[in-house]
Each structure stands twice: as structure tokens, then as C-alpha cells.
Design a protein around this ligand. Structure first.
Ligand code: ADP
Ligand code: MG
Length: 674
């Protein structure tokens, strides 16, 4: 199949659905199937699925109320059915001429006015009454690309592509999986005796084979990337540890056992001659920052520079202040670099990085733009790494020879996700919170009781505490979201006499944001009205009440992160989730998860179930969902198997691994660099 003979329009349509070579047609599997192999009597047709019925058109007319639509009645020997077309072409009216026999394919709804089909597929019934012998595949497609085009090219690809197995039967037989060619053929053209649910639920062995192959390719590629990394050289960092010891002495607290453990793992990596790539995981408030600071001390003592990158300016600024507080007394230079610096300040910061005067440079992703150079970059720390896109992580690896990398995330990664998307990383987990924290009490309160909540704020403030009020996320309109925040700020200012209410949102200039945050930290502001900009990492231990408006609009992980802003000090903390009822079923279920547990791991697992892995791994920005067929939760057994097979192949049969990768990830060069 020669793609260059395709029209540019066809090529770009295909590109949109991920088809760029003949074999991609083979791997373009049906979304679902339509079953036109049975003809049902109208009155007996099962409800809730698509069915085929046949009958004679009794009447057909255009109605204008409540809106223009074509309404026909079709009858077979036992019953009648109303056919309704809201948008229709004149040709449809012709097909439904009174007296004609038609076949209708669609879902029957049993309504008050009788049985109905809305927008069925309509065909004139043939005389011989022949039915399809196999299920009809329905493929994922894009605007302007009709099914028949896909069907035609897929059939051609199935005939012309090399479908021979990449794997020996000794691998897939014991797993109960069929061969590759048979599997794709079956999925594209399932024979009539295949139970349809095994296809729609993707539990059929043919589906499982495809999922296995996909997972295996992912494992192979990540493992190869990991092996390649071990070939690179990185600075061997093995100082005495004096600087870290000094920092520890100066802290008002000792490390938890979990912090000591992960720090030991990090330091061991730093002492190796190849670049560390470690993910430091710890729930919100677990104390990742101090671990990062101690690792930084290690690298600095050995004579290397350290860069720390945070996803937002607010967070970067806060890290900068905290780290400067900790490290300046030890005689270290900490520099600050973000996109919003004035050019003179920026030049100074750049010079400090380039000439090596600054041992630690803190900033946003501005740190990894082209004009930034480091004299001796030994360690890169990325906070809230799941917020960064793949591209940004790529840019980051280009700086310095091959610096060690420490990535931090408060979004706990479920095991299956860690085994797949993060298979090329080492993971350290801080699995205990610092002592003396009182658990956060979460309350679900209806919007109608907003006044009570405001009264509660006054009480908290009179006790000396501080409060966050988070305004709703309004995805459609940033302007509207801003307006809500401004209005809420005005309302709270008016109702909370004698209490200083501050406002922070994404439109403020960096300096203004920093000023507000600093005032809040000094308790000059008692109530901080905020848009979701405070979501990540902000640390004000005296704040003990968090109110989140329209909590039902937010994602689970986001709510968990927001809630983690309180419960950081000695005081009992509360999180009030205001919701506007009535709640839908999923909204209720999600709020229940947040209400019932503060375990970030469980929340992330639920989030994974609800939203899929894209968001968690920061893949959304890259537009490249790496798994098309497999589902990490449902196919955990295949993932385990793929992991073992990958290990085996790379050790004993690398040529098979290469063959498999060539089929599944032909453009894998880009992926390996990530
Ligand atoms: P996160 O892991 O969410 O980034 P932070 O590093 O911001 O958490 O830490 C949260 C708070 O806990 C900070 O105020 C920090 O100084 C404090 N903290 C960190 N480690 C300890 C500890 N071992 N004992 C007491 N407090 C600690
Ligand atoms: Mg943090």
C-alpha cells in the first residue's frame, strides 16, 4: 500500500486517527460491532442494544413541533414502531415512502407513546431477506472519513501486510493467547459464533493477544531506555555529607524514618557513575522538600550545581524562599529564575548559573529554555513532575552532560501504573507523614448553607487560624472564573468584618502573587480567596480550614491536592466541600471518595478508574496516549506477564524484542529519549 498515492486530505485524515503506514490499518481495531445477523420482531426486540427490525412504512410526515423532524410509522406482523429523524436529508424521506419495506438498525426505546427508534440506519429491505453473516465492525474515525473507506483499506492491509508472528508460540501458548494473524483477522471480521460481549468487553483471547503485544512493546521500550541510561555517564557524587548534616542540625525537626530511607536511596544513586532517574513519591505534606534540599546539599558539597524546577511560579517562589532560608546560612548561593523576571534580573540569574556562582537555581520551566546554561549541572530536581509534559522533560535531559534526576510527585502512582508508564524509573516512597499531624476532617456541605460556613470562618480566625477559600473551576471561561473569585472576595470582605481577606489568581503579576502569598504566610491576611492556582505545594502551616466551592466540578486528585494545603501544622484542620445540588451519580460517588478517605493512594486509584492514566502521567499535553488497547486495571495480569516476557527477551532473544518493537513502535526513537 503506497501512502504517497493517497490524496493529501486522505493522508491528513488518516494521520488524525494515528494511521501513517500500512500496518497501522491492521492495528486499527473496531470500536464496536453492529449485529445485523438477526432480524427481530418489533415487539420482541431486546432493549438497550442495537437491533435489526424489518417492516412496512405506514405513514411518514414532517412535524414542526417541538422542532422540525421526520416521523414515520413502520409495522411488522406483530407491532408498530415510530421512527424519528431530527436532522434528515430529503433522501431519508424518500426511503420512508409509505408502502415500502425497510430494514431499521438502531436502539428501540419503549416510550409512553409506544416503541421508538431515533436515527436508525435505514435500508430498503431486499427481496431475498438475506442477513449479514458476520458482525459489522465500526471503526474509530474522524470527520469526513467514512467507514467504508476504512473497511476497504483495512481489508487490503490484512491481505498485503506481513502478519507473521513476532513472538514464538512458546511465549504466547502458555499464556492462553492465540497467534497474531488469527487474532487481528478475527477482530476485524468476527465469525458469527463469537459471543459479542467478549468483543465489546474486550475479553476475547484475540483482544487479549493484542493487549499483550501492546503492553510487551511498552515494557520493551521502557526497559531499553533504562538500559541506555545506564550506558551514560554521570558525575559520581560521594561527599562526606557535612553540608547535609549542617542543614539537619539547623532544622527544627528530625527526619522521619521514611525520609531517612528515601534519602539513603537517593544518595546511593548519586554515588553511581550513571544518571539517577528516581521518582520520589510521597503524599501531600509528607515532607519531600526537605529531602530534596538534603540531596541538593550532597551534590553541592561535591562541587556540582543543582537546578530545582516547579510547575508554577507561586510554588517555585515558595521553594526559592524556603531553600534560601535553609541554605544561605550555610554560605550557599541560591538563584531564582522564571519567565517573568525583568531582563536585567534575568541576565544576572543566567550569569550566576553559567559562571557557577549559584549552587542552587530554583525556577519554573524557564530553567530549561535555550539560553540557560549551567557551569556544572550535577542534579536536576523536578517538583510535581506529573504536571510537566513530556516535551519539557525532554528539554531537561539536554542540559549538562547527563545530570542526575530526582522527580517528585504527590500523586501516588498505583502499582499498575508504576509498572507500566514508569517502568524506566526507580521509585522511592515516603510512606509516613511527619508526626503530630492531626487528620483533616472533611465535610460535604450544600451550597445553601454557605452562610454557616462563613460564620465558621469568623470563629476559626478568632482562634488565630487562617483559611483558604477556593473558587470554582470554570473551564469554559477563565474570565468568568476570575469574576467569581473577585465577587467572592468582595462578599467575604463585607461579611467578615475586621478580618483581612486576600485574593490570588492566575492573572496577577508574579510579584503581586508573591506579595499576597507572603502576606498570608505572615498572617497579615487571614482569609485567602484563591482560584485553583494554589493547588500545588503551597505550605502555610497555620492555615487550618479550607473551603472549596463547587467541589463537584473538580477532579479527585485536584481535590486531594487542595485539601493537602491544610493539616500541615499542629491544629485540627477542616476541609469543607461546598457543592451545588442536585448531584449526579458520578459526582456523588467522587465526593464520597474524597469524604471517606485521605489516603492519596486510594484516591489516585479511583481517579485512574474514572479518568484513565493520561492525566496522571502528564501525557495529556503530549497528545500521545501510549496504550490504545490495554487497560491497566482490567489487564493487570497481562501487564505482569508482559513484564516478565520483556525481561526474558531482552536477556536471551534481543532480536525478537527488536522485531516486536519494529511492529508496534516504529517511531520509538522519540519515545526512548523521553
Ligand atoms: P510535600 O511532601 O507535600 O512537598 P512539604 O515538603 O511541603 O510537603 O512539607 C510539609 C511540611 O512538613 C513543611 O512545613 C515541612 O517543613 C514539614 N516537615 C517536613 N518534614 C518534617 C518532619 N520530619 N517533621 C516535622 N515536620 C516536617
Ligand atoms: Mg511539595
Amino acid at each position: 500500500m503506497d501512502f504517497s498515492t493517497f490524496s493529501p486530505k486522505f493522508q491528513s485524515q488518516l494521520a488524525k486517527i494515528g494511521i501513517g503506514r500500512a500496518f497501522d490499518f491492521v492495528l486499527h481495531l473496531p470500536l464496536r460491532y453492529e449485529d445485523e445477523t438477526h432480524l427481530y420482531p418489533i415487539t420482541d426486540a431486546p432493549i438497550g442494544g442495537q437491533v435489526l427490525v424489518e417492516g412496512e412504512v405506514q405513514s411518514c410526515e414532517v412535524q414542526y413541533k417541538p422542532r422540525k423532524q421526520l416521523v414515520a410509522r413502520v409495522a411488522d406482523s406483530g407491532g408498530t414502531l415510530v421512527v424519528r429523524l431530527i436532522n434528515f436529508y430529503p433522501s431519508a424521506a424518500k426511503q420512508l415512502t409509505v408502502g415500502k419495506r425497510v430494514r431499521l438498525f438502531g436502539e428501540i426505546r419503549r416510550g409512553f407513546w409506544g416503541d421508538e427508534m431515533v436515527h436508525p440506519k435505514i435500508r430498503v429491505a431486499s427481496d431475498d431477506g438475506a442477513l449479514n453473516e458476520a458482525l459489522t465492525p465500526v471503526y474509530p474515525t474522524t470527520a469526513g472519513l467514512p467507514q467504508f473507506q476504512l473497511i476497504k483499506h483495512i481489508a487490503l492491509a490484512l491481505r498485503t501486510c506481513d502478519l507473521r508472528d513476532t513472538l514464538p508460540a512458546t511465549i504466547f501458548d502458555p499464556l492462553g493467547l492465540p497467534d497474531f494473524a488469527g487474532s487481528v483477522r478475527l477482530l476485524h471480521n468476527p465469525p458469527p459464533d463469537v459471543p459479542q460481549y467478549s468483543l465489546s468487553e474486550r475479553t476475547h483471547p484475540a483482544w487479549r493477544r493484542l493487549k499483550f503485544d501492546e503492553l510487551l512493546a511498552q515494557q520493551l521500550s521502557l526497559r531499553t531506555a533504562r538500559a541506555a541510561r545506564r550506558e551514560q555517564t554521570a558525575p559520581v557524587i560521594r561527599p562526606k555529607g557535612e553540608l547535609a548534616a549542617k542543614l539537619l542540625q539547623q532544622l527544627p525537626f528530625g527526619l522521619t524514618r521514611a525520609q531517612q530511607k528515601v534519602l539513603a536511596e537517593i544518595n546511593a544513586d548519586l554515588g553511581e557513575p550513571h544518571p539517577m532517574q528516581r521518582l520520589l513519591q510521597g503524599d501531600v505534606g509528607a515532607g519531600k522538600t526537605v529531602v530534596a534540599a538534603l540531596a541538593a546539599c550532597h551534590a553541592i558539597e561535591a562541587g556540582w550545581q543543582v537546578a530545582l524546577m516547579a510547575p508554577t511560579e507561586i510554588l517555585a517562589e515558595q521553594h526559592f524562599r524556603k531553600l534560601a532560608d535553609w541554605l544561605a546560612p550555610l554560605g550557599l548561593q541560591v538563584a531564582w529564575l522564571t519567565g517573568s523576571l525583568k531582563s536585567k534580573e534575568k541576565k544576572a540569574a543566567l550569569a550566576q548559573a553559567q559562571e557557577g556562582h549559584a549552587q542552587l537555581i530554583v525556577g519554573t520551566h524557564a530553567l530549561f529554555q535555550q539560553d540557560v546554561e549551567f557551569e556544572r549541572l550535577g542534579l536536576v530536581i523536578v517538583d510535581e513532575q506529573h504536571r510537566f509534559g513530556v516535551a519539557q522533560r525532554l528539554a531537561l535531559r539536554g542540559k549538562g552532560a547527563s545530570p542526575h534526576q530526582l522527580m517528585m510527585s504527590a500523586t501516588p502512582i498505583p502499582r499498575t501504573l508504576a509498572m507500566s508508564f514508569y517502568a524506566d524509573l526507580d521509585v522511592s516512597v515516603i510512606d509516613e507523614l511527619p508526626p503530630g499531624r492531626t487528620p483533616i476532617v472533611t465535610k460535604l456541605i450544600s451550597d445553601a448553607r454557605r452562610d454557616e460556613v462563613i460564620a465558621r470562618i469568623a470563629v476559626k480566625v478568632s482562634e488565630g487560624r487562617q483559611v483558604y477559600w477556593v473558587c470554582p473551576l470554570i473551564e469554559e471561561s477563565e474570565a468568568l472564573q476570575l469574576q467569581t473569585a473577585v465577587d467572592t472576595h468582595a462578599q467575604l470582605t463585607e461579611e467578615l468584618e475586621g478580618i483581612r481577606v486576600g485574593l490570588i489568581h492566575g492573572r496577577l503579576k508574579t510579584a503581586e502573587k508573591a506579595e499576597v502569598m507572603a502576606a498570608f504566610l505572615r498572617n497579615e491576611i487571614q482569609v485567602l480567596v484563591a482560584t485553583t492556582v494554589i493547588e500545588v505545594g503551597v505550605d502555610v502551616p497555620n492555615a487550618s480550614l479550607m473551603v472549596i466551592e463547587h467541589a463537584e466540578r473538580m477532579g479527585l486528585s485536584q481535590l486531594h491536592q487542595l485539601r493537602g494545603r491544610v493539616g500541615r501544622g499542629r491544629h485540627e484542620s477542616f476541609c469543607v466541600l461546598l457543592y451545588a445540588g442536585p448531584l449526579g451519580e458520578t459526582a456523588r460517588a467522587r465526593l464520597k471518595v474524597i469524604h471517606d478517605t485521605t489516603d492519596g493512594f486510594e484516591i489516585a486509584r479511583q481517579d485512574l478508574l474514572i479518568r484513565g492514566p493520561g492525566e496522571l502521567v502528564g501525557m495529556r499535553q503530549s497528545g500521545a496516549a501510549m496504550l490504545r488497547f490495554a487497560d491497566l486495571e482490567a489487564d493487570a495480569d497481562l501487564l505482569e506477564a508482559a513484564r516478565e516476557v520483556a525481561q526474558d527477551l531482552l536477556a536471551h532473544a534481543p532480536q525478537i524484542a527488536t522485531r516486536h518493537l519494529d511492529r508496534w513502535l516504529p517511531g520509538r526513537e522519540a519515545l526512548l529519549r523521553v
